[in-house]
Design a protein around this ligand. Structure first.
Ligand SMILES: Nc1ncnc2c1ncn2[C@@H]1O[C@H](COP(=O)(O)OP(=O)(O)OP(=O)(O)O)[C@@H](O)[C@H]1O
Ligand SMILES: [Mg+2]
Length: 306
């Protein structure tokens, strides 16, 4: 039987803090297939890193479960299958990339005879071969992220989890890391990465998931996520505005999901706006992300006691 690379089933996690309980995950269900490049999108605090930490066995779920290629999260067998780049990584800055990788190869239990070759390969793959003897303190942020990917690769894992690989990087460094992810896919490595860069997710993912308020809100290929979600763009002129309509900015433009267009039109006209032009636009992932998170927030505030 072919197992999913990642399987989250009804995953819940509540943190008990001084301010009271925080429900970080509220029944997350998600499956990632072997060999996929999978994008994990969510606003700050959506629950991405918490679910990743459960997968690594760094924290225990309050309910539900998580599996890595069929092995329970946190077990040695599951941990051996994962290479991980945390969202905030601190390396021993006095070491060179070559030294750091050898240390990680030993820690990961790579057989002694294979250690040097694995380190060489990993550094080659991330394009750091020529700088491998420089101290990490001399590296730029982009180079440090590459060291992070190399470190995650030395144990030759079938699954790579990259938590915000490209945050804070310039567009060229982002593109380099995207190319690295594609090279990993060619080697049949499953790549699961969280990101706030929608264009990045759109350009390289086989599938993506949108997580919000600790639960899965949408999952699929980019065409699956964006189709049937056309938007309507409208140009407005304020005639005698009684009360502003929230989506209409000062310039008088509004962009709404197709299914919301009719009620929006009625509301705006009843408040004294006049429609000047209207056109429909194909949605991109960012629009979908925006629409979904807004809808979930609206539903959550409608349900919460006032
Ligand atoms: N150790 C903790 N103790 C208490 N609350 C926590 C802890 N870790 C996470 N949380 C809370 O759980 C929720 C989910 O956080 P998480 O770090 O998983 O979000 P995220 O999607 O990774 O966000 P970001 O994009 O900012 O990295 C947040 O409300 C956060 O404050
Ligand atoms: Mg995070």
């Amino acid at each position: 039987m072919l197992h999913n690379a990642i399987n989250f089933q009804g995953l819940k996690k509540t943190f008990h803090t001084l301010r009271g309980p925080v429900q970080a995950l509220r029944g997350l269900d998600l499956q990632v297939k072997p060999g996929e490049i999978f994008g994990y999108i969510g606003v700050n605090g959506a629950g991405k890193s918490t679910s990743i930490k459960v997968l690594l066995g760094l924290i225990r779920p309050s309910a539900g479960g998580a599996w890595v290629f069929g092995e329970p999260a946190g077990s040695l067998a599951a941990r051996r299958k994962i290479g991980y780049l945390p969202e905030v990584a601190n390396y021993h800055e006095f070491m060179s990339a070559a030294e750091l990788l050898m240390m990680h190869a030993r820690l990961a239990g790579v057989p002694r005879a294979l250690q040097a070759e694995r380190c060489r390969e990993a550094l080659e793959l991330v394009g750091l071969s020529t700088r491998k003897h420089s101290r990490i303190s001399e590296y730029s942020k982009g180079m440090k992220q590459r060291v992070g990917v190399a470190q995650a690769l030395v144990s030759d894992p079938p699954l790579l989890i990259l938590d915000e690989l490209t945050s804070g990087l310039d567009p060229f460094a982002q593109r380099d890391l995207r190319d690295i992810m594609l090279r990993l896919k060619e080697r049949n490595i499953t790549v699961f990465f969280s990101s706030h860069h929608m264009n990045e997710v759109e350009s390289i993912c086989d599938r993506a998931a949108i997580i919000h308020r600790g639960a899965l809100q949408a999952c699929g290929t980019i065409p699956e996520l964006t189709e049937n979600r056309e938007r309507v763009e409208m140009l407005w002129e304020a005639v005698e505005v009684s009360e502003p309509v929230s989506q209409i900015s000062k310039e008088g433009e509004a962009s709404v999901a197709r299914h919301e267009a009719h009620s929006f039109l009625q509301l705006a006209m009843s408040r004294g706006y006049q429609l000047k032009r209207m056109s429909s636009k194909r949605t991109n992932l960012e629009d979908v992300f925006h629409d979904i998170t807004r809808r979930v927030d609206r539903e959550a505030s409608a349900c919460s006691p006032s």
